[in-house]
Design a protein around this ligand. Structure first.
Ligand code: 6R9
Length: 643
């Protein structure tokens, strides 16, 4: 079915806030006069001090800098809560669905506002000040959104660590940005199993002298150890906290949050987003790409531990006064019908999930889907990795009953929000393509030398100019920020993705071109997994690459060289898998481990990953030139021993 085109359904175009003419008009006005275009876009927010200039950015080494709406001040929680109280105070802001069916909670804008103010006061009471870092290590519960918004209310910077990360990974992040206070829960629930969040925090904090306070939400009531003077219960603190707290006036360029993501080195990068530009970006992209209107029930299945959860579970929806679903479960618990039943139960109108989930559910057959009505749905979305046309077609035909357009949205932790995505009322869809850039976004495709390609072409994806939601720096390492993103192709932001553009100007992301792999929509640095493996006393060397995986998109394939005298065995394979799980977390568990007597290296000692990738892919017929290897014979034995 590749090559199929799905035109905008006329009834969708008729109702949409942006149709084709309006899209063309916006693209043209953003190009003709960027400053006035962005000045107007910034008006989607309530500002305390209005900005007098929108864009002040340069990607060039000499005057490098990224500043948006810089002299304006605002408060994120006031934009997400206070400004809605007069018109939609009693509307549900968050519809929470727990891990167990039947476990639900509805919280209105007015209630959410009071909770956020209370928790802001709790934070203040613990001595948290503007600019301090607060870490959240929480399940997908309402308290996660409350804690995020409470930080923004007082100008504290949050850093959310996904609950699947190990104590060591958590500790690395707490130390890197010098966290003062951690918010966690006794335990998390995932697919009927318990996750010992508080116990993990105890182990992490033991190595983080900077953490003076831990606040614990009671989620399961499971037994935990409370450390006198350091640990406090959320409910106890909230019971005596005042329900009002004036929002702090923050500069547009003050940091809003830090979110760690994987790069091509072993150390995760602390991506910093700031207040004004980020909120403008998630507010406008949520509104336009999901064509949001009053009465919508919006469900993004991402965890708040990832950027998608930040931008499209919490900030984008709430800034627009939407009703957002928070789901604390998994797609296959208690059975494979969970998503579709929940859509009926909550009356979901817009559903946004990842290709890996679609592929996993597709394997279970259509009956799970057709057992539900899904009559409330009007729009579907995809994010996190390229969606293969087959999964796209299934999502469209079976889940969306051919009625619902699919917005395949390409973006990154670094971009803050969507950059390449269809607008449902304006863009004809092609399964597998994220389609076209949003107005004001300037993608380019360059070849290895940095030559900008035109027309239909394939190469590396760069963005030629800044947009408001762009990350501003890496926490504590501005130099690394510049080096990582702006030196490969000087003067342009390098995305790390490969991309093809077709004759209609549609963009087709082909996947990462760096040492980052995408496992079930989660970013994993191969170097991170390698560092974890070589920490094991029996391992001498490790090289990790991605391999094709039917459900996860990519799986993790590890080549391991053991220390002299150590014997390879299935048992050791299992031990190493478990080792990586504890070092990093379950998402980093290798799918295959191949013991290798040696790794293919150049004479200068560089591991030839290209060859390892080919072997892992099972594509051993075209290994390319191996004559530059120090010892070409290792390749033969690697091929013979492929897992
Ligand atoms: C939002 C998010 C970013 C990487 C990105 C790319 C891949 C995300 C995609 C997609 C093709 C899409 N990616 N969305 N590839 N089509 N619609 O996922 O952020 O976790 O930082 O990952 O994910 O490779 O570079 P993040």
């Amino acid at each position: 079915m590749t090559g199929a085109v799905y035109p905008v359904p006329p009834e969708v175009a008729a109702r949409a806030r942006i149709d084709r003419a309006e899209y063309d008009h916006r693209v043209a006005s953003a190009a003709a006069n960027p400053e006035s275009y962005w000045m107007a876009e910034g008006q989607c927010l309530d500002w305390i001090t209005p900005y007098t200039r929108a864009k002040a950015t340069s990607f060039d080494e000499g005057d490098f800098g990224i500043r948006w709406f810089a002299d304006g001040t605002l408060n994120v929680s006031a934009n997400c809560l206070d400004r809605h109280l007069a018109t939609r105070g009693d509307q549900v802001a968050i519809l929470w669905e727990g891990d167990e069916p039947g476990e639900t909670r509805r919280i209105t804008y007015r209630e959410l506002h009071a909770e956020v103010c209370r928790f802001a006061n709790v934070l203040k009471g613990r001595g948290v000040r503007r600019g301090d870092r607060v870490a959240l290590y929480l399940p997908m519960i309402v308290e996660a959104a409350v804690a995020m918004l409470a930080c923004t209310r007082i100008g504290a910077i949050h850093t959310i660590v996904f609950g699947g990360f190990s104590p060591d990974s958590l500790a690395d992040r707490l130390r890197d940005c010098d966290v003062r206070l951690v918010v966690t829960a006794d335990e998390g629930c995932r697919g009927g199993k318990r996750v010992p969040l508080k116990a993990n925090v105890d182990r992490a904090v033991a190595n983080c002298p900077g953490v003076s306070d831990v606040i614990v939400v009671r989620r399961t009531g499971g037994a935990v150890t409370m450390v006198e003077g350091r640990d406090r219960w959320w409910d106890v603190e909230m019971a005596t906290a005042a329900p009002d707290c004036a929002p702090e006036a923050m500069g547009a360029e003050d940091p809003l949050f830090i979110l760690y993501t994987s790069g091509s080195t072993g150390k995760p990068k602390g991506v910093v987003h700031t207040t004004g530009g980020y909120l403008v970006w998630v507010t406008t992209t949520f509104r336009d790409v999901f064509d949001h209107r009053d009465g919508d029930i919006f469900w993004c299945t991402a965890d708040v531990g990832w950027v998608t959860g930040h931008s499209y579970v919490v900030y984008g929806p709430l800034a627009n006064g939407a009703t957002t679903v928070m789901f604390d479960g998994v797609p296959n618990y208690p059975d494979h019908g969970r998503f579709w039943k929940t859509i009926d139960l909550l009356g979901v109108t817009i559903f946004y999930t990842a290709p890996t989930a679609i592929r996993a559910l597709m394997r279970e057959g259509e009956d799970w889907v057709t057992a539900s009505s899904r009559a409330s749905l009007r729009l579907l979305g995809s994010v996190g990795e390229p969606i293969n046309p087959e999964a796209w077609e299934w999502y469209h035909r079976v889940v969306g009953d051919r009625r619902c357009p699919i917005v395949d949205t390409w973006w990154q932790t670094e971009t803050g929000g969507m950059l390449i995505a269809p607008l449902p009322g304006a863009t004809d869809l092609k399964p597998g393509s994220a389609t076209k850039p949003l107005p004001g976004v300037l993608p380019e495709i360059v070849d290895a030398e940095g030559q900008v390609l035109s027309g239909a072409c394939e190469g590396n994806l760069v963005i030629a100019d800044s947009w408001p939601g762009q990350m501003r720096t890496l926490w504590g390492d501005h130099d690394r920020f510049f080096q990582t993103y702006f030196t490969t192709y000087p003067g342009k932001y390098f995305t790390g993705d490969g991309c093809r553009r077709d004759e209609d100007g549609y963009y087709w992301i082909t996947g990462r071109v760096d040492d980052v792999i995408n496992v079930s929509g989660h970013r994993m640095g191969t170097a991170e997994v390698e560092s974890a493996l070589v920490l094991h006393p029996k391992v001498a060397e490790a090289a990790v690459v991605g391999m094709p995986h039917d459900v996860k998109g990519q799986g993790i394939y590890a080549y391991v060289t053991l220390n002299a005298g150590e014997a390879a065995s299935d048992e050791l394979r299992q031990t190493l898998r478990a080792w990586v799980r504890t070092e990093i977390g379950p998402i980093a568990t290798p799918d295959a481990i191949q013991f290798a007597p040696g790794l293919p290296k150049t004479r200068s000692g560089k591991i030839m990953r290209r060859i390892l990738r080919k072997i892992a892919e099972g594509d051993t017929s075209s290994l390319g030139d191996i004559s530059t290897l120090a010892d070409p014979s290792v390749v033969e034995s690697l091929v013979a021993e492929r897992q």
